[in-house]
Design a protein around this ligand. Structure first.
Ligand code: ZN
Length: 547
């Protein structure tokens, strides 16, 4: 018996008595949906989403017919995949969920600083031949799926992604079924087996990689983007994703990569019987190809245009498949971060300030140079990035740390490439930000992705339009990770059958997604559970936040 129907019958049973006391009777709250489909499109900035908006006819058009918030914010400074995915279904900023970056440095048993990947369990020895043990152990708070399972023990928490961190940060540590790219197909976490659906997809991917595939036809509205930008011995901007046999990297940087992820999600709807009973299920789908295409070809060439067109088509097919099964579902789409184009093209297109960061800010290079000037023996930095956290070498004395910090500040003051440098102490002392994310100061943005003990000794933030990749190379011509709105601003879209269309240009945050979906499911969380707030998706005086 479906619990949802039991609740409905119980409501009917009390309705006549209530009607006698006060008329007219209030409209009963709609039943909870049977399934939440939470989609993250990796690197889908609001800018990219809006650029092609008039052309959407598939899943993106469907989502736009629901509640559209084109100015959603991944409010924090560390606009990377792991922190971004960590905010969407937890409802809290990285400062609270602990996912401050894709990678950070922590002391190992011997006291040496070593790199830790956000989605690994470094305390758990990897299986033979594997580089690490994929896990959500570093995520310090529950996800929506965790909460749904705690409330309704028969519910399911399922996730698929082209990246392990995408699936793990959306599902959390209590997934029933979780698949992500591992090697050249889908894998899962330790202790779980690949189901029939994932095994079948892996066989299909293998065949595709053996045979290769022809170029993908660009829609007419993409043709204006078709122009090659030379970058030394290679070029970007005019590619159409012809797949050469055996080219896994080419496969991952193409719409075909999302196609298999969406296909696996579709098959899991049947295989896992999602939305089939009264206990709501959560299906998280993190689509990685938009990100890989952005990194490899930039965001403003024909490649990105084809990718978005294909994404629109395949999301439409996913929703059609759910409709055909008669499932009452609420769909939500957002992104883990935004992105910008490569400076070689942007500088030709009205952004003369677009440039690549000077390599002298790369911590390894900067540390060597500062060490010579300051006459410091041994390494200065243990690691880090010119666009985020930087760690001192553990052997560096407190006095030398202060000297290095002053020297970094002096170097930054003489350059236009870096907007700000904060020390861990400054970030620890800064108040937690709130309110309109557009008006947050840089220290507030950095505070939102600062977690003591994980964050760097210094946090360096690049100036606007400075690309963190010092030299373009095949596969990586552009990236994200800045505190600026091209990397922070992402669409947030909700759709459920029968919903009246509403669009709100006022900014909201990705941490608002979890409390909004929780309210739609009728799931109450403890006070203060979320940094975000419930968004009322009802276009009229009713509210989806009150049940
Ligand atoms: Zn990402």
């Amino acid at each position: 018996m479906r619990l949802r129907h039991l609740a409905f019958l119980a409501a009917l049973a009390v309705a006549p008595a209530a009607a006698q006391e006060s008329a007219p009777a209030p409209t009963p709250a709609p039943a909870s949906p049977q399934l939440v489909v939470a989609i993250s499109v990796d690197q889908l900035s609001s800018d990219l989403f809006e650029q092609y908006r008039p052309h959407y006819t598939g899943g993106l058009a469907r989502l736009l017919s629901g509640a559209a918030f084109p100015s959603g914010f991944q409010s924090h400074a560390a606009t990377e995949t792991c922190p971004g995915h960590s905010t969407i279904l937890t409802g809290v900023h990285p400062a609270r969920n602990g996912i401050i970056a894709n990678d950070w440095m922590a002391k190992d048993k011997t006291g040496k600083l070593v790199e830790v990947y956000c989605a690994e369990d470094e305390a758990n020895k990897p299986a033979s031949g594997q580089g690490y043990t994929p896990s959500a152990v570093h995520l310090l708070v529950p996800t929506l799926g965790d909460r749904v399972k705690a409330r309704w023990p028969g519910s399911k928490n399922v996730a698929v992604s082209g990246k392990d961190r995408g699936a793990l940060m959306m599902a959390g540590g209590n997934a029933d079924t979780i698949y992500f790219r591992w090697g050249s197909g889908f894998g899962t976490v330790a202790g779980k087996q690949l189901g029939l659906e994932a095994q079948a997809l892996n066989a299909e991917v293998k065949t595709l990689l053996t045979e290769g595939a022809p170029a993908i036809k660009a829609p007419a509205w993409c043709e204006a983007r078709d122009r090659a930008i030379p970058l030394g011995n290679f070029s970007v901007g005019a590619g159409r994703f012809e797949l050469k046999p055996g080219d896994f990297a080419g496969f991952s940087r193409s719409p075909r990569y999302d196609e298999v992820t969406v296909e696996l999600a579709k098959r899991l709807i049947d295989g896992e019987k999602l939305g089939a009973d009264g206990e709501p299920d959560v299906l998280s789908v993190s689509l990685s190809a938009t990100d890989y295409v952005g990194h490899a070809y930039g965001t403003n060439g024909i490649e990105s245009c084809i990718q978005v067109a294909e994404l629109d088509r395949m999301l439409g097919e996913l929703f059609d498949a759910l409709d055909a099964k008669g499932i009452d579902y609420v769909a939500m789409l957002t992104a883990d971060h935004g992105g910008i184009d490569l400076p070689e093209r942007a500088s030709e297109q009205g952004v003369p300030a677009a440039r690549r960061v000077d390599a002298s800010f790369v911590p390894a290079i900067m540390g060597k140079a500062l060490g010579e000037v300051l006459r410091i023996k041994g390494p200065v930095f243990a690691g880090g990035s010119p666009a985020g956290d930087v760690w001192f070498d553990t052997a560096l004395s407190a006095k030398d740390r202060a000297r290095v910090t002053a020297a970094v500040r002096a170097k930054v003051a003489k350059s236009d490439d870096v907007a700000a440098v904060f020390t861990a102490a400054e970030l620890a002392a800064a108040p937690a930000p709130s309110g309109d994310p557009r008006t947050w100061t840089l220290v507030q943005r950095a505070k939102a992705s600062y977690y003591p003990g994980r964050s760097g000794d210094l946090v360096m933030l690049l100036a606007p339009a400075v690309q963190p990749v010092p030299e373009p190379r095949p596969g990586i011509v552009a990236t994200h990770g800045s505190p600026w709105d091209y990397d922070r601003r992402v669409p947030i879209l909700f759709w459920r059958k029968g919903m009246a269309q509403v669009e709100q240009p006022f900014p909201i945050e990705t941490v608002d997604v979890a409390p909004t979906l929780a309210a739609i499911l009728g799931l109450t969380a403890e006070s203060g559970a979320f940094d975000g707030r419930c968004l009322d998706l009802d276009s009229g005086p009713g509210s989806t936040c009150e049940r």
